[in-house]
Design a protein around this ligand. Sequence first.
Ligand SMILES: Nc1ncnc2c1ncn2[C@@H]1O[C@H](COP(=O)(O)OP(=O)(O)O)[C@@H](O)[C@H]1O
Ligand SMILES: [Mg+2]
Length: 301
Amino acid sequence: MTAAIELVQLTKTYGPRRGLTRLTLQVHSGEVFGYLGPNGAGKTTTIRMLLDLIRPTSGTARVLGLDPRAEAVELHRRIGYLAGDFVVDGRQRAGECLAFLAALRGGVPRRRIIELAGRLDLDLNARIKSLSKGNRQKVGLVQAFMHHPELLILDEPTSGLDPLVQQTFLDLVREAREAGQTVLMSSHIMSEVEAVADRVAIIREGELVALDTVADLRARSFLQVRINFAAPVRAEEFTPLPGVSDVTVDGTTLACRVDGSPDPLVKAAARHTITGLRADTQDLEDLFHGYYNGEAASTAA
Ligand SMILES: Nc1ncnc2c1ncn2[C@@H]1O[C@H](COP(=O)(O)OP(=O)(O)O)[C@@H](O)[C@H]1O
Ligand SMILES: [Mg+2]
């Protein structure tokens, strides 16, 4: 499998501040890759280095087999890029702006721009400065997708889009994958990425904390259990049980996490009179927030 993007020990420091620390990963050709992390994690820093908008402090990035700095002109022709802070001349009409950007990329059929604008419900005659944030974001999406680039690099592409347009965006991403294009998209919201991504990387404070297929991340789900007893219980009775962790007891209420079979917990609890029981499966969003808060992946493995 060839790599559309290959990062080796990629590092960026802003003075004494860390932007990104020794990031090594590959985005495979033809996959949709979700790049997740809370605000300030280092997503935009990474993406800017792929486009030579900022330079690494150390480490290397190769994009479509090319050096982002030495081969920037060729690379930019083959990429569709949506910046996190997409800005264009506000006096232009949306259609004029897109025609201009299309010419820069060697020409895009007008009907392609009209088709994308129609699907996203963007008025091409509106002046950009009169558009809402969400509608400006649509201009950014059209310019990223319109020339069928080999690689799409999208920094928080769904920010500002209403839910219906988000669905259209996800369709565009799926179509790009079906056409053999590669997509790297960043987000701070798991659910946006979960629906389309083949693999996701999660970064926090400039470091990679997880990299896996969406399917395998899902398989790491666990149970969050809460049991109410008729009389007070002691935590020590439950902490040694296999698969049971994060035990807290507040009088007659036990809360804990269960990985794997709930059988040992149920049998131990059954020695007491139970007045209430609740077990919730943790979904991907919860898992993601676990990573956000720095809870180690080891407990979820
Ligand atoms: N130009 C800059 N100067 C100084 N610090 C910066 C600069 N750009 C980003 N940072 C810092 O680098 C870290 C990562 O930022 P960023 O890549 O924008 O995160 P994200 O896109 O994941 O929200 C943050 O702590 C941010 O404050
Ligand atoms: Mg950002």
